[in-house]
Ligand binder design. Structure first.
Ligand code: NAP
Length: 308
């Protein structure tokens, strides 16, 4: 039986399924992780769970596959893995609907002030306020998507159903029905909403900077459902404080689960604890996808979802 190192957190049902096919080495449960790794290093065939950096890859002489739980793999040193022909897999597609659903949920919550109105009613202030304050709406507004990939398209489909006008920015013009911008700041100046759903990592680090945020403007809204690293969080907070940006809905943060108190206390934000794919069905399917990749790789030599 092949040995899979469990390097970080994985859902229970994923571990159970994996345990039916492989011998699991639970480094996640070890108190002295370095000693655990040193003891088992030579016997490890695959790794799953958590962040896998180059130093860890170097310690595993027989490692053949890293099976990531999640579609984003900026937590893995893919270059170090490739240099040793170690296959890296992820979990694309099965989480598209859940992430897109939360994105629209956050947008509607921000546009229609759902959390604020909820607090107002819950705290018994409705009788004194009398009428709900008027808000913006999604219908008729312009949406710009940074990263029209698998999840971006699922978001576009749902935004289309909300009667939004859709544009996108990425490195390639996909020649589809949506308007393509080859410049992010220009798209930000054109739209009311900027939704970020591109991968994290070097290529997108702080891509959404002060200029992009200012171009979005005082009536504009920013939604980050991708990775905290893509946004200059300091510039974002400043713009929100100074009224240079209308509002933000954030599922991801630069240093999650932590964030500056100023961000937490701003009135014009909706905050979510990195919950994009966090539904029972989706997480169960992602877990199965991790195991399917490991099984396919060890049985046929080919993984189902290798990252390129
Ligand atoms: P995907 O299908 O690979 O799409 C990524 C999109 O980003 C592509 O359209 C790509 O277009 C664009 N892109 C890539 N690099 C870029 C760059 N340097 N500049 C501009 N655009 C760039 O990925 P996906 O499956 O939709 O997932 C997207 C990301 O969502 C993941 O990587 C992950 O970080 C995040 N995510 C978050 C959650 C959550 O819980 N909040 C859950 C799932 C995923 P071009 O190639 O044309 O540039």
């Amino acid at each position: 039986m092949k040995n899979i190192l469990i390097a970080g957190n994985l859902p229970q049902d994923c571990l159970q399924l994996m345990g039916q096919h492989f011998n699991l080495l639970r480094m996640d449960q070890a108190t002295d992780k370095d000693a655990f790794l040193a003891k088992h290093a030579a016997s490890i065939d695959g790794v799953s769970g958590g962040a896998i950096d180059g130093a860890m890859i170097d310690k595993l002489p027989n490692l053949k596959i890293i099976a990531n739980f999640g579609v984003g793999y900026d937590n893995i040193d893919v270059a170090a893995a490739k240099a040793r022909d170690i296959v890296v897999t992820n979990t694309p597609n099965r989480l598209n609907a859940a992430v897109a659903e939360l994105t629209l949920g956050l947008m509607i919550a921000l546009a229609r002030r759902i959390p604020k109105n909820h607090e107002m009613v819950r705290n018994g202030h409705w009788p004194s306020v009398k009428r709900a304050p008027l808000t913006g709406q999604l219908a008729g507004a312009k949406l710009g998507i940074l990263g029209l990939g698998r999840i971006g398209k699922a978001i576009a489909k749902r935004a289309d159903a909300c009667d939004m006008e859709i544009s996108y920015f990425g490195r390639t013009d996909q020649q589809n029905d949506y308007r393509y911008f080859d410049d992010l700041t220009s798209m930000a100046a054109h739209v009311d909403w900027l939704v970020i759903i591109a991968p994290g990592g070097e290529g997108t680090d702080k891509l959404v900077n002060a200029n992009v945020i200012e171009a979005l403007g005082p009536e504009g809204f920013l939604v980050n459902i991708a990775r905290g690293s893509i946004v200059d969080e300091t510039a974002l907070i400043l713009a929100l404080e100074q009224g240079k940006l209308g509002g933000a809905a954030l599922d991801v943060f630069e240093n999650e689960p932590h964030m500056p108190d100023t961000l937490r206390n701003l009135p014009n934000v909706v905050l979510s604890p990195h919950a994009g794919s966090a539904t029972h069905v989706t997480r169960q399917q992602m877990g199965a996808q991790v195991v399917d990749n490991l099984v396919a790789f060890f049985e046929t030599g080919k993984a189902l979802d290798p990252v390129t």
